[in-house]
Ligand binder design. Sequence first.
Ligand code: AHM
Ligand code: MG
Length: 344
Amino acid sequence: MKRVMTLGQFIIEKQNDFPFAKGELSRLLRDIGIAAKIVNREVNKAGLVDILGDNGMTNVQGESQKKLDLYANEQFIAALSSGGECCIVASEESDEIVRIDSAVSKNAKYIVAIDPLDGSSNIDCNVAVGTIFSIYRRKSSEGPAQLADVLQKGVDQVAAGYVIYGSSTMMVYTTGKGVNGFTLDPSIGEFCLSHPDMKIPKDGTIYSINEGNYVHFPDGVKKYIKYCQVEDPSSSRPYTSRYIGSMVADIHRSIIKGGIFIYPTTSGAPNGKIRLVYECNPMAFIIEQAGGRASNGFERILDLEVNSLHQRSAVFIGSENMVLKAEEMMREFSLEESEKLKAS
Ligand code: AHM
Ligand code: MG
């Protein structure tokens, strides 16, 4: 019989990849896995709120039902606080960085940036949502960690991952040595290795973008969409369009099947919508580790300067050849966007 490898076992085995590691990163990843299971439980009963009422939806602390994204935020911060390996959490749900001031945590060497529940507008209609996380080593060596410790380029990430709460729940992560995916087996309550060494196809036939915004897109994006829609059997066009509206789910599909996910700048959102620190950078790290490509249309996401916590970026991410083609069109038809993005 095939041996089941749980996330916990896998993390311990992989610790040997880092000869001087003391196990803190492993514990951090394990803590994130535990919080993900708690959030998964709540996400799964989201539709029951009207049946069970407040009481039925009481969470583990005995608090009545909260918006799920706030609940997820609290769960991840609690898990990261109790472990003692993380000194700052930077979250989409918190305007400022959250310092963890307990005696064990305040000198911890890791920083975690997180989007606790991405795509949460999809919850009410039972569509997949996700958690995205990114781990950095703090830069300063003494005193309380600062915002500057968080504002690191994506290329400096130590680890990144996502959890997708979909038809099954998966955790996918990288520590810079490939990407591995674990599916939650609800019968034993463990994430089990189901997708070892994930690789994204170099080419794909699925493009994913909110086409409702078409009139507001830069010309390069409009041309790329038209390119996807042209009939050309030799390159399997027209491509298929798929847009879930949960970036984690759209990118997860792209990794499995091949494809490109684009959230460009628009006339209404001149810097794009997706956040650099806890959405673009972790997904870009994972995609690159899986053999794909991620850019803002002109520059590699992981090399972008990070100036503020909630900074936004345009994102073109997925199968290498699809992203290359879209970049080619951005250079040809929307070069002025590149200057605007640099200035932002
Ligand atoms: P959120 O962090 O507020 O949930 O927003 C991010 C989400 C992404 O998951 C998704 O790709 C995008 O917003 C969808 O935006 P839109 O509705 O504009 O297409
Ligand atoms: Mg988000």
